[in-house]
Design a protein around this ligand. Structure first.
Ligand code: NAG
Ligand code: NAG
Ligand code: NAG
Ligand code: NAG
Ligand code: NAG
Ligand code: NAG
Ligand code: NAG
Ligand code: NAG
Ligand code: NAG
Ligand code: NAG
Ligand code: NAG
Ligand code: NAG
Length: 480
């Protein structure tokens, strides 16, 4: 009898789960395979294009196709409705192109039947390339995506956030860093014959952990021959990788200095804003997609306490990785009855690589045990560290000039880790101003990096030359 009831109950579970409706999603995505950062400008490779396209197809089959496993409520299945999508990527040849390649998988060419329009005079016009669909990718240069990020070694300078730049630079003076630098010197020198075409003996150390790993990693994928490659045993490559992981994670996040994770804070605000727009617009805009750098994933992982779930979250994620926030409900959704906020939840998922090949797995956020959190809880937790308006941004970053000049006289709250931007809804003009300023900054830094690369020059951080502490960006400097 009991067994029968259990059987009955368990047979209900799939039915109950089938009732779940996805109202919208936010996807934050890394670029696909690219050329090495050591040779700017980096560009997306065919392999990278393939990866992001396959990821787009995966998300299409999950959320968009008429037969999708979790079709988003109200989404147009074949012909893209641009009002339903909000896609952002910085202007560069890696992230911007990755977004474009992903979108081709998400909304592929529709063929001649759907891709034909009829003019007033009765003439039929077919869209080029078998009904290829044009989808705009909005150019941004936010701290989260790291404008021009693929053209410089470390991107904190491009956040434009003074306290974050100082905090990241502080890493180079931490005991952790000094110890690691000393401990690994012999190891780095042992691989010099592999990398001496690009790095000098003086540059061959932990300070350049990421650039060295990037050169080796990219070369192993693309170069048919690598000098002294007998030195690249699996153990050595693994050590180069984990040293780079350590270096980059520490630049992106430090529990005692949350401002270092500014990229994760601004991203958190953007996620809440987009998902909230889906709810308030009753699913008129259901999909937010942003392409950004691994450093922003790290910052967000740290802030959302994911390293406590698994130490894996302190390792550099693979190319074409994505994290996804699903807005879900078990309430009935029709176009005349939309669920209330307390009937809506958020599920966080992560795929460590192309999502079609690496399972999109739910993880619990914020040190909680559930992988599905009520919307209101999710918002409260995100707002513990989200930074989404200009006054907060300026106060937390300690910036008082430029776009921040007008906000300093109003007695902004002192720098704190908590309750920053609970009042953020929709991008305000003020934030648009901050973003605009960042675009300018990024363009300047991008051009600077290019000139340095071409001329073989280097920016040297004054601090490391024994000068006064300066807030100069780390940017391409790390090769010094
Ligand atoms: C959906 O599945 C049905 C039945 O399996 C199939 O006939 C149809 O072509 C599929 N549609 C799409 C858009 O894949
Ligand atoms: C119909 O209109 C289009 C666009 O104005 C024009 O190119 C085409 O020649 C017209 N066709 C006929 C049959 O008038
Ligand atoms: C914030 O201050 C730093 C250091 O003065 C400056 O480099 C950066 O451009 C400022 N950011 C903005 C957005 O004004
Ligand atoms: C993290 O911040 C604390 C406090 O500022 C500092 O003592 C520590 O060295 C920092 N660690 C790293 C890796 O930057
Ligand atoms: C590491 O530091 C110790 C003590 O400060 C020093 O004796 C040693 O030579 C250093 N090792 C390297 C490789 O620099
Ligand atoms: C790199 O090191 C190898 C082995 O020590 C040496 O044969 C080669 O000439 C060096 N290449 C450059 C560019 O210095
Ligand atoms: C791999 O090839 C690129 C392009 O030819 C070259 O710049 C790079 O130095 C090579 N990598 C190594 C480790 O030699
Ligand atoms: C961490 O990574 C290892 C190795 O890839 C894997 O076996 C393990 O399941 C991962 N843990 C989590 C929590 O994802
Ligand atoms: C992703 O994979 C890389 C190895 O390719 C690993 O170092 C990292 O820890 C993984 N991250 C997660 C969250 O599983
Ligand atoms: C919907 O119900 C199923 C089955 O009880 C549950 O697993 C799932 O988490 C629920 N989803 C939401 C958004 O509450
Ligand atoms: C509501 O949905 C029905 C079918 O599901 C559709 O025919 C109708 O146009 C929709 N109304 C609005 C206002 O979207
Ligand atoms: C969602 O947007 C509405 C309307 O703009 C706003 O009133 C509300 O505060 C926003 N909620 C959150 C959590 O941002």
């Amino acid at each position: 009898m009991l067994a029968k009831q259990l059987l009955f109950l368990s047979s209900l579970i799939p039915i109950l789960q089938a009732q779940e409706t996805v109202l919208g999603v936010y996807i934050f995505h890394r670029h696909g395979d690219r050329t090495s950062k050591n040779f700017a400008p980096a560009s997306l490779t065919d392999l990278g294009y393939y990866q992001v396209h396959a990821s787009g197809e995966f998300y299409r089959n999950r959320y968009i196709d008429a037969n999708a496993s979790s079709m988003i409520f109200g989404i147009s299945p074949d012909l893209v409705k641009n009002s339903q999508l909000n896609v952002q990527a910085p202007v560069d040849t890696v992230l911007q192109n990755s977004a474009a390649g992903f979108l081709q998988g998400l909304y592929p060419p529709v063929g001649t039947t759907l891709g034909t329009q009829t003019l007033a005079n009765g003439t039929h016009v077919e869209a080029p390339l078998d009904g290829f669909q044009l989808i705009p990718v909005n150019a941004i240069a936010s701290a989260a995506s790291g404008a021009n990020s693929e053209n410089s070694a470390w991107l904190q300078g491009q956040s434009g956030c003074n306290n974050a730049i100082i905090s990241s630079n502080n890493y180079f003076f931490s005991e952790e860093y000094m110890t690691e630098l000393n401990k690994t010197l012999n190891f780095y020198h042992s691989v010099l014959p592999v990398i001496n075409g690009t790095f000098t003996l003086a540059q061959d150390n932990f300070k350049n952990a990421y650039l060295i790993y990037d050169l080796v990693h990219v070369s192993m994928i693309h170069n048919t021959s690598i000098p002294s490659d007998y030195l690249l045993t699996p153990e050595t490559v693994f050590q180069l990788q984990t040293l780079a992981d350590n270096h980059e994670y520490n630049l992106a996040y430090n529990a005692s200095e949350p401002i270092r994770a500014i990229a994760g804070s601004t991203l958190a605000a953007q996620i809440v804003q987009q998902l909230n727009a889906t709810i308030t617009g009753k699913s008129s805009s259901q999909i937010g997609i942003q392409f950004g750098a691994y450093g922003s994933f790290f910052s967000f992982f740290g802030l959302a306490q994911l390293p406590a779930v698994s130490v894996n979250f302190t390792g550099i994620i693979d190319y074409a990785s994505s994290m996804t926030f699903e807005l879900v409900t078990n309430a009935t959704v029709t176009n005349t009855s939309y669920p209330s906020n307390d009937q809506i939840s958020v599920r966080f998922l992560f795929s460590n690589g192309t999502a079609s090949e690496h399972p999109l797995t739910p993880y619990p956020l914020f040190g909680q045990s559930e992988t599905v959190l009520p919307w209101n809880t999710f918002v409260d937790q995100m707002n513990q560290f989200a930074i989404g308006n200009q006054a907060d941004w300026c106060a937390q970053c300690g910036n008082s000039t430029g776009v921040c000049a007008s906000t300093t006289s109003t007695g902004s709250s002192p720098i704190s880790t908590g309750s920053s931007s609970s009042s953020s809804g929709g991008i305000s003009k003020a934030v648009a101003g901050v973003i605009g300023a960042m675009v300018t900054l990024a363009v300047i830094l991008g051009a600077e990096a290019l000139i340095m690369a071409v001329a073989g020059l280097r920016l040297v951080n004054k601090k490391r030359l024994g000068g006064r502490a300066s807030p100069e960006p780390v940017s391409a400097v790390a090769k010094a």
